[in-house]
Design a binder for this molecule. Structure first.
Ligand SMILES: *Cc1c(COP(=O)(O)O)cnc(C)c1O
Length: 256
């Protein structure tokens, strides 16, 4: 989220700002807090990419009024499916418990249109097992990312995301931008890798505002930076047990 664009988009109907931390990088939480205070707005972060990320020594879930985490199987920490909410105001606790359990305040009392967002015991058990290993997982991911950076950082036409001051990343993704001077475009690089059974993902592609179902409501021309990046980003394979030799093999193919 470009913090310089937020204020011009606030109207009298605005009640909250919903920024997304992406790739384990974080939003400008300080600027967002200043804007939210000034306009009396809530801040609810999508922190699905940021489990384990810390800023100035504090867990990322401590910023804003609430942060949503996804524990889907593809995330750094997972419970197979599921998620979690971190929030500062303990008065929210009872409301949220009702909301996630069909709006039931008692066996015969439904006080709001709730949803079924409960986590079952089996998923919770999976999460507890994964939590035991999380520090090791993050350390291994860090080593993988550092190797990718060593190999790709100075290559002409390749751009990696900046390392942010004060941020301990969770190394959840390795987005690579293939600019025109690289010689091959993003799709061509993805095809070359796929020939060697290496499957890199195009992120965030297609853009949400280009989805068929939103075609009459939104336009990706309103988000030019996202539109530019959606055509050029490839996230390279990244998981805790990815061997450094395999990182080298992937980089060799890209460099060749
Ligand atoms: C995975 C993800 C979600 C969705 O999480 P679910 O657990 O599938 O609901 C939302 N936002 C971002 C940025 C994600 O990566």
């Amino acid at each position: 989220m470009n913090v310089d664009s937020i204020e011009s988009l606030i109207t009298d109907k605005t009640s909250a700002i919903v920024p997304v931390h992406v790739y384990g990088n974080i939003c400008d939480v300080e600027a967002i807090e200043r804007i939210a205070k000034k306009h009396n707005l809530k801040v609810i972060y999508d922190a699905a990419h940021a489990f384990g990320t810390r800023y100035k020594g504090k867990g990322i879930g401590t910023f804003g009024d609430a942060s949503m985490f996804s524990f889907h199987a593809t995330k750094v920490f997972h419970t197979i499916e599921g998620g979690g909410l971190a929030y500062g105001d303990s008065a929210l606790k009872d409301n949220l418990a009702i909301f996630r359990n069909f709006g039931l305040a008692g066996p015969e009392t439904v006080v709001e249109a709730g949803t079924n967002a409960k986590m079952n015991e089996f998923q919770a058990a999976m999460g507890l097992c994964n939590l035991e290993n999380i520090d090791g997982v993050l350390a291994k991911r860090k080593a993988v990312v550092e190797r990718y950076r060593e190999r790709l950082d100075s290559v002409k036409g390749i751009k990696l995301s900046a390392i942010q001051d004060g941020v301990e990343s969770n190394y959840s993704y390795l987005p690579v931008v293939f600019e025109d001077e690289f010689g091959l475009n993003r799709d061509e690089v993805a095809d070359k890798l796929a020939k060697d059974n290496i499957y890199a993902r195009k992120y965030f592609y297609p853009l949400v505002n280009d989805f068929e179902c939103y075609k009459d409501e939104y336009s990706s021309y309103d988000t030019p930076v996202a539109k530019y990046l959606a055509a050029r980003v490839l996230t390279l394979p990244l998981y805790a047990d990815l061997a450094i030799e395999d990182v080298d093999r992937i980089c060799d193919i890209i460099l060749k």
